[in-house]
Design a protein around this ligand. Structure first.
Ligand SMILES: [Zn+2]
Length: 217
């Protein structure tokens, strides 16, 4: 999810989303790892949880926290610090909604390809694949296994896979003049023309890496 949208959650529910925390205590520190298309679903889920959390915190005296928001194999993972039947019901409901919503644009979608990513026709990876050679498709699916949701994000940004190793996948974007390497442990490395380089872990933060005139989204 774009950084700007993630920050909306942290501003609206400051105690719930510790975006600046450390990954050893909360996975949310790696960012909300799903597409912008699920923003509305996650936002509505948090709004629905709010009265339940207020009640829970009053009863237990403990502080509720969202520990992870992630798209994994086309499923919304929303992990929280405290559970009640009602909280779990809401989370399951949001998950059902996500399973039929395009992760890119939020329109109606369905499960696609090996990644299981939910996409509408316009944003389906398989539609893009059909214009490529079979070899490219295989390369993409292998890269997808390494990069997971990150892989889909880079494809959305117009990157193509140029090389796949045992544990790394390398992407290139002509338009943005940059190369991104992902590995299966969630680390990324961005090399831009002009020799600026960025490293990180979690969601590839292209918006931070690219200067405004280099961005296309
Ligand atoms: Zn879409």
């Amino acid at each position: 999810m774009r950084k700007g949208l993630q920050e909306k959650f942290a501003r609206r529910w400051p105690g719930w989303f510790d975006l600046d925390g450390t990954p050893t205590t909360t996975w949310v520190a790696w960012g909300l790892e799903c597409g912008d298309g699920w923003f509305e679903i996650v936002w509505r889920l948090c709004s629905d949880l709010e009265p339940l959390v207020t009640e829970l915190e009053k009863e237990t005296g403990e502080r509720f926290e969202v520990l992870e928001v992630e798209e994994k194999l086309g499923t919304l993972r929303f992990h929280v610090s405290h559970h009640t039947d009602k909280i779990d019901e809401r989370i399951e409901g949001a998950g059902r909604e996500a399973s039929r919503t395009c992760t890119v644009c939020g329109k109606a979608g369905r499960r696609r390809g090996v990644s299981g990513r939910i996409a509408c026709d316009e944003h389906s990876v398989s539609a893009a694949d059909s214009q490529k050679s079979l070899a490219d498709g295989k390369l993409d699916s292998r890269a997808g296994q390494i990069g997971g949701a990150q892989h889909a994000l880079l494809l959305d940004y117009g990157f193509t896979v140029v090389k796949v190793g045992k544990d790394t996948a390398v992407y290139q974007s002509q338009r943005q003049g940059c190369q991104v390497t992902l590995d299966a442990t969630g680390h990324w490395y961005i090399k831009l023309e002009g020799q600026r380089e960025f490293r990180g872990i979690g969601v590839v933060d292209l918006e931070a890496a690219l200067s405004p005139d280099e961005r296309t989204l």
